[in-house]
Design a protein around this ligand. Sequence first.
Ligand code: ASP
Length: 317
Amino acid sequence: MTIPALALHGGCGAPAPEALGVADWEALHRDLAAALHAGHAVLRRGGPALDAVEAAVVVLEDSPHFNAGHGAALCEDGRHELDASIMNGADLAAGAVCTVRRTRNPVRLARAVMERSGCVLLAGDAADAFAQRIGLDSVPNRHFTTPRRVQALAQLKALAQRGGIGRASEAERHGTVGAAALDAEGHLAAATSTGGYNNKPVGRVGDSPIIGAGTYARDGVCAISCTGMGEVFVRHVVAHELAARMRHGGATLEAASRALMEEELAGEDVGMGWVALDASGQVVAPFNTLGMARGWVDAEGRGWIGVHREMSCLGRL
Ligand code: ASP
Protein backbone atom coordinates (compact mmCIF):
# COMPACT_ATOMS: atom_id res chain seq x y z
CA MET A 1 0.00 0.00 0.00
CA THR A 2 1.21 3.50 -0.90
CA ILE A 3 0.99 6.54 1.35
CA PRO A 4 -1.38 8.86 -0.52
CA ALA A 5 -0.24 12.32 -1.55
CA LEU A 6 -1.94 15.43 -2.86
CA ALA A 7 -0.78 18.80 -4.16
CA LEU A 8 -2.84 21.63 -5.58
CA HIS A 9 -2.42 25.15 -6.92
CA GLY A 10 -4.53 28.25 -7.44
CA GLY A 11 -2.41 29.77 -10.21
CA CYS A 12 0.90 31.54 -10.56
CA GLY A 13 -0.73 34.97 -10.90
CA ALA A 14 -1.01 35.55 -7.16
CA PRO A 15 -1.69 39.15 -6.11
CA ALA A 16 0.95 41.08 -4.15
CA PRO A 17 0.39 40.92 -0.37
CA GLU A 18 -0.84 44.51 -0.29
CA ALA A 19 -3.24 44.05 -3.22
CA LEU A 20 -5.91 42.34 -1.12
CA GLY A 21 -7.41 43.21 2.25
CA VAL A 22 -7.14 40.94 5.30
CA ALA A 23 -10.65 39.53 4.83
CA ASP A 24 -9.93 38.57 1.20
CA TRP A 25 -6.64 36.90 2.11
CA GLU A 26 -8.37 34.98 4.87
CA ALA A 27 -11.12 33.86 2.52
CA LEU A 28 -8.60 32.80 -0.13
CA HIS A 29 -6.62 30.75 2.40
CA ARG A 30 -9.85 29.23 3.71
CA ASP A 31 -10.84 28.08 0.22
CA LEU A 32 -7.34 26.74 -0.45
CA ALA A 33 -7.54 24.73 2.78
CA ALA A 34 -11.06 23.55 1.93
CA ALA A 35 -9.82 22.26 -1.43
CA LEU A 36 -6.97 20.40 0.26
CA HIS A 37 -9.41 18.89 2.77
CA ALA A 38 -11.83 17.85 0.01
CA GLY A 39 -9.14 16.08 -2.01
CA HIS A 40 -7.46 14.54 0.99
CA ALA A 41 -10.76 13.23 2.41
CA VAL A 42 -11.14 11.12 -0.73
CA LEU A 43 -7.62 9.70 -0.41
CA ARG A 44 -7.91 9.07 3.34
CA ARG A 45 -10.92 6.84 2.87
CA GLY A 46 -9.02 4.88 0.20
CA GLY A 47 -10.65 6.59 -2.78
CA PRO A 48 -9.04 6.99 -6.21
CA ALA A 49 -6.60 9.78 -7.11
CA LEU A 50 -8.97 10.74 -9.94
CA ASP A 51 -11.78 11.50 -7.46
CA ALA A 52 -9.36 13.40 -5.23
CA VAL A 53 -8.14 15.78 -7.94
CA GLU A 54 -11.69 16.36 -9.14
CA ALA A 55 -12.94 17.09 -5.61
CA ALA A 56 -10.11 19.56 -4.94
CA VAL A 57 -10.55 21.37 -8.25
CA VAL A 58 -14.35 21.67 -7.82
CA VAL A 59 -13.78 23.59 -4.56
CA LEU A 60 -11.33 25.94 -6.29
CA GLU A 61 -13.70 26.41 -9.25
CA ASP A 62 -16.51 27.41 -6.89
CA SER A 63 -14.29 29.89 -5.03
CA PRO A 64 -14.32 33.50 -6.30
CA HIS A 65 -10.63 33.84 -5.43
CA PHE A 66 -9.17 31.79 -8.27
CA ASN A 67 -9.23 32.01 -12.03
CA ALA A 68 -11.49 29.04 -12.79
CA GLY A 69 -15.26 28.57 -12.64
CA HIS A 70 -16.77 31.34 -10.46
CA GLY A 71 -14.12 34.08 -10.46
CA ALA A 72 -12.68 33.18 -13.87
CA ALA A 73 -10.95 35.69 -16.14
CA LEU A 74 -12.98 37.51 -18.77
CA CYS A 75 -12.48 37.41 -22.54
CA GLU A 76 -12.12 40.69 -24.42
CA ASP A 77 -15.90 40.67 -25.06
CA GLY A 78 -16.62 40.63 -21.31
CA ARG A 79 -17.77 37.01 -21.23
CA HIS A 80 -16.13 33.87 -19.90
CA GLU A 81 -14.80 30.87 -21.79
CA LEU A 82 -13.53 28.09 -19.57
CA ASP A 83 -11.08 25.24 -20.19
CA ALA A 84 -10.40 22.15 -18.08
CA SER A 85 -8.89 18.68 -18.22
CA ILE A 86 -8.35 15.57 -16.16
CA MET A 87 -6.09 12.55 -16.63
CA ASN A 88 -5.91 9.13 -15.04
CA GLY A 89 -2.35 7.82 -14.73
CA ALA A 90 -3.48 4.21 -14.40
CA ASP A 91 -4.62 3.83 -18.01
CA LEU A 92 -3.79 7.23 -19.58
CA ALA A 93 -7.50 7.94 -19.93
CA ALA A 94 -8.07 11.66 -20.31
CA GLY A 95 -10.88 14.14 -20.87
CA ALA A 96 -10.95 17.85 -21.54
CA VAL A 97 -13.20 20.73 -22.49
CA CYS A 98 -12.44 24.13 -23.94
CA THR A 99 -14.33 27.43 -24.38
CA VAL A 100 -17.32 26.26 -22.34
CA ARG A 101 -19.65 29.07 -21.26
CA ARG A 102 -22.43 27.53 -19.23
CA THR A 103 -21.12 24.55 -17.29
CA ARG A 104 -20.68 25.35 -13.63
CA ASN A 105 -17.79 22.96 -12.99
CA PRO A 106 -15.72 22.40 -16.14
CA VAL A 107 -13.55 19.78 -14.40
CA ARG A 108 -16.64 17.60 -13.83
CA LEU A 109 -17.43 17.95 -17.51
CA ALA A 110 -13.85 17.01 -18.44
CA ARG A 111 -14.26 13.85 -16.36
CA ALA A 112 -17.57 13.07 -18.06
CA VAL A 113 -15.96 13.58 -21.47
CA MET A 114 -13.28 11.09 -20.45
CA GLU A 115 -15.73 8.49 -19.17
CA ARG A 116 -18.85 8.94 -21.25
CA SER A 117 -18.19 10.57 -24.61
CA GLY A 118 -15.61 8.45 -26.41
CA CYS A 119 -13.69 11.69 -27.03
CA VAL A 120 -10.74 13.32 -25.30
CA LEU A 121 -11.60 16.97 -26.02
CA LEU A 122 -15.00 18.60 -26.53
CA ALA A 123 -15.32 22.29 -27.39
CA GLY A 124 -17.73 25.18 -26.90
CA ASP A 125 -21.49 24.86 -27.32
CA ALA A 126 -21.27 21.13 -27.99
CA ALA A 127 -19.48 20.61 -24.68
CA ASP A 128 -22.05 22.71 -22.79
CA ALA A 129 -24.86 20.80 -24.50
CA PHE A 130 -23.25 17.49 -23.53
CA ALA A 131 -23.04 18.71 -19.92
CA GLN A 132 -26.72 19.58 -19.93
CA ARG A 133 -27.66 16.27 -21.51
CA ILE A 134 -25.94 14.27 -18.80
CA GLY A 135 -27.35 16.42 -16.00
CA LEU A 136 -24.37 18.52 -14.92
CA ASP A 137 -25.19 21.95 -13.42
CA SER A 138 -25.66 24.65 -16.06
CA VAL A 139 -25.46 28.31 -15.11
CA PRO A 140 -25.73 31.62 -16.94
CA ASN A 141 -22.33 32.95 -18.05
CA ARG A 142 -22.57 35.80 -15.52
CA HIS A 143 -22.40 33.19 -12.71
CA PHE A 144 -18.62 33.17 -13.29
CA THR A 145 -18.22 36.98 -13.04
CA THR A 146 -16.81 38.72 -9.98
CA PRO A 147 -16.30 42.48 -9.45
CA ARG A 148 -12.54 41.95 -9.27
CA ARG A 149 -12.44 40.44 -12.77
CA VAL A 150 -14.63 43.21 -14.21
CA GLN A 151 -12.26 45.79 -12.74
CA ALA A 152 -9.18 43.92 -14.01
CA LEU A 153 -10.63 43.75 -17.53
CA ALA A 154 -11.34 47.49 -17.54
CA GLN A 155 -7.80 48.22 -16.32
CA LEU A 156 -6.23 45.96 -18.92
CA LYS A 157 -8.26 47.51 -21.73
CA ALA A 158 -7.19 50.98 -20.60
CA LEU A 159 -3.56 49.81 -20.42
CA ALA A 160 -3.80 48.22 -23.88
CA GLN A 161 -5.21 51.44 -25.31
CA ARG A 162 -2.20 53.32 -23.98
CA GLY A 163 0.07 50.67 -25.52
CA GLY A 164 1.25 49.41 -22.11
CA ILE A 165 -0.22 45.91 -22.02
CA GLY A 166 3.28 44.46 -21.66
CA ARG A 167 3.45 46.05 -18.20
CA ALA A 168 0.36 44.23 -16.90
CA SER A 169 1.23 42.15 -13.86
CA GLU A 170 0.86 38.38 -13.77
CA ALA A 171 -1.85 38.89 -11.15
CA GLU A 172 -3.85 41.12 -13.48
CA ARG A 173 -3.64 38.61 -16.28
CA HIS A 174 -3.15 35.06 -15.10
CA GLY A 175 -4.37 32.24 -12.93
CA THR A 176 -5.60 28.67 -13.10
CA VAL A 177 -6.32 25.94 -10.59
CA GLY A 178 -5.18 22.35 -10.54
CA ALA A 179 -4.30 19.30 -8.52
CA ALA A 180 -2.17 16.17 -8.65
CA ALA A 181 -2.73 13.11 -6.47
CA LEU A 182 -1.35 9.68 -5.64
CA ASP A 183 -3.78 7.21 -4.07
CA ALA A 184 -3.27 4.25 -1.72
CA GLU A 185 -3.25 1.86 -4.68
CA GLY A 186 -0.33 3.77 -6.20
CA HIS A 187 -2.35 5.41 -8.99
CA LEU A 188 -1.64 8.97 -10.10
CA ALA A 189 -4.06 11.57 -11.50
CA ALA A 190 -4.03 15.25 -12.38
CA ALA A 191 -6.63 17.90 -13.21
CA THR A 192 -6.53 21.56 -14.28
CA SER A 193 -9.22 24.21 -14.77
CA THR A 194 -8.95 27.83 -15.93
CA GLY A 195 -10.58 30.94 -17.30
CA GLY A 196 -7.39 31.57 -19.30
CA TYR A 197 -6.23 35.15 -18.98
CA ASN A 198 -8.00 38.48 -18.69
CA ASN A 199 -8.82 40.16 -21.99
CA LYS A 200 -8.00 37.02 -23.99
CA PRO A 201 -9.41 36.80 -27.52
CA VAL A 202 -12.72 34.99 -27.86
CA GLY A 203 -12.06 31.40 -28.92
CA ARG A 204 -8.51 31.32 -27.58
CA VAL A 205 -7.56 27.97 -26.05
CA GLY A 206 -4.58 27.63 -23.72
CA ASP A 207 -2.63 24.71 -22.32
CA SER A 208 -5.02 23.70 -19.54
CA PRO A 209 -7.28 21.49 -21.69
CA ILE A 210 -4.38 20.15 -23.76
CA ILE A 211 -3.24 16.82 -22.41
CA GLY A 212 0.56 16.82 -22.18
CA ALA A 213 0.76 20.63 -22.13
CA GLY A 214 -1.05 21.77 -18.96
CA THR A 215 -1.97 18.40 -17.45
CA TYR A 216 -0.43 14.93 -17.46
CA ALA A 217 -0.42 11.80 -15.32
CA ARG A 218 1.22 8.43 -15.82
CA ASP A 219 1.41 5.76 -13.13
CA GLY A 220 4.93 4.99 -12.00
CA VAL A 221 6.17 8.38 -13.24
CA CYS A 222 4.39 11.62 -12.24
CA ALA A 223 1.22 13.71 -12.19
CA ILE A 224 1.39 17.42 -12.97
CA SER A 225 -0.90 20.44 -13.33
CA CYS A 226 0.54 23.67 -14.79
CA THR A 227 -0.17 27.38 -14.64
CA GLY A 228 1.25 30.26 -16.65
CA MET A 229 1.10 31.64 -20.18
CA GLY A 230 -0.55 28.71 -21.94
CA GLU A 231 1.00 29.29 -25.34
CA VAL A 232 4.45 28.58 -23.86
CA PHE A 233 3.23 25.41 -22.17
CA VAL A 234 1.71 24.17 -25.42
CA ARG A 235 4.86 24.84 -27.45
CA HIS A 236 7.12 23.12 -24.92
CA VAL A 237 4.55 20.40 -24.14
CA VAL A 238 5.55 21.08 -20.56
CA ALA A 239 3.53 18.52 -18.60
CA HIS A 240 4.62 15.66 -20.83
CA GLU A 241 8.17 16.99 -20.95
CA LEU A 242 8.41 16.58 -17.18
CA ALA A 243 7.21 12.98 -17.45
CA ALA A 244 9.57 12.27 -20.38
CA ARG A 245 12.60 13.59 -18.50
CA MET A 246 11.76 11.22 -15.66
CA ARG A 247 10.67 8.21 -17.69
CA HIS A 248 13.24 8.25 -20.46
CA GLY A 249 15.96 10.39 -18.93
CA GLY A 250 15.89 8.79 -15.50
CA ALA A 251 15.68 12.17 -13.75
CA THR A 252 14.11 12.50 -10.32
CA LEU A 253 11.00 14.67 -10.06
CA GLU A 254 13.01 17.37 -8.35
CA ALA A 255 15.77 17.41 -11.00
CA ALA A 256 13.36 17.18 -13.95
CA SER A 257 11.23 20.00 -12.57
CA ARG A 258 14.22 22.25 -11.95
CA ALA A 259 15.71 21.63 -15.40
CA LEU A 260 12.35 22.36 -16.98
CA MET A 261 11.94 25.72 -15.29
CA GLU A 262 15.57 26.82 -15.17
CA GLU A 263 16.79 25.52 -18.53
CA GLU A 264 14.05 24.51 -20.97
CA LEU A 265 11.73 27.43 -20.17
CA ALA A 266 14.25 29.97 -18.91
CA GLY A 267 14.32 31.93 -22.17
CA GLU A 268 10.58 32.41 -22.32
CA ASP A 269 10.30 35.30 -19.90
CA VAL A 270 6.77 34.49 -18.72
CA GLY A 271 5.28 33.75 -15.33
CA MET A 272 4.87 30.05 -14.71
CA GLY A 273 4.43 27.37 -12.11
CA TRP A 274 3.15 23.85 -11.51
CA VAL A 275 2.46 21.28 -8.86
CA ALA A 276 3.64 17.76 -9.49
CA LEU A 277 4.23 14.58 -7.58
CA ASP A 278 5.98 11.32 -8.34
CA ALA A 279 5.08 7.70 -7.72
CA SER A 280 6.48 7.86 -4.18
CA GLY A 281 4.43 10.94 -3.28
CA GLN A 282 7.31 13.42 -3.46
CA VAL A 283 5.88 16.90 -4.21
CA VAL A 284 7.30 19.88 -6.12
CA ALA A 285 5.53 23.23 -6.51
CA PRO A 286 7.91 25.65 -8.29
CA PHE A 287 6.94 29.10 -9.57
CA ASN A 288 8.86 32.10 -10.87
CA THR A 289 6.28 34.77 -10.01
CA LEU A 290 5.56 36.77 -6.87
CA GLY A 291 3.44 33.92 -5.60
CA MET A 292 1.41 30.86 -6.45
CA ALA A 293 -1.49 29.79 -4.26
CA ARG A 294 -0.62 26.19 -3.44
CA GLY A 295 -0.99 23.44 -0.91
CA TRP A 296 0.01 19.85 -0.28
CA VAL A 297 -0.20 17.07 2.23
CA ASP A 298 3.13 15.76 3.51
CA ALA A 299 4.06 12.15 4.28
CA GLU A 300 2.91 12.57 7.90
CA GLY A 301 -0.54 13.63 6.73
CA ARG A 302 -0.06 17.32 7.59
CA GLY A 303 -1.57 19.92 5.31
CA TRP A 304 0.41 22.96 4.12
CA ILE A 305 -0.87 26.02 2.29
CA GLY A 306 0.74 29.25 1.12
CA VAL A 307 0.65 31.90 -1.56
CA HIS A 308 3.95 33.78 -1.39
CA ARG A 309 7.24 32.31 -0.19
CA GLU A 310 6.17 31.11 3.26
CA MET A 311 3.85 28.15 3.89
CA SER A 312 1.60 27.59 6.91
CA CYS A 313 0.83 24.25 8.46
CA LEU A 314 -2.82 23.21 8.89
CA GLY A 315 -1.84 20.31 11.15
CA ARG A 316 -2.85 16.72 10.46
CA LEU A 317 -5.76 16.61 8.03
N1 ASP B 1 -2.42 28.42 -18.27
C1 ASP B 1 -3.59 29.23 -18.37
C2 ASP B 1 -3.90 29.51 -19.80
O1 ASP B 1 -3.01 29.88 -20.52
C3 ASP B 1 -3.52 30.52 -17.64
C4 ASP B 1 -2.69 30.58 -16.41
O2 ASP B 1 -2.44 29.59 -15.75
O3 ASP B 1 -2.26 31.66 -16.04
O4 ASP B 1 -5.03 29.45 -20.19
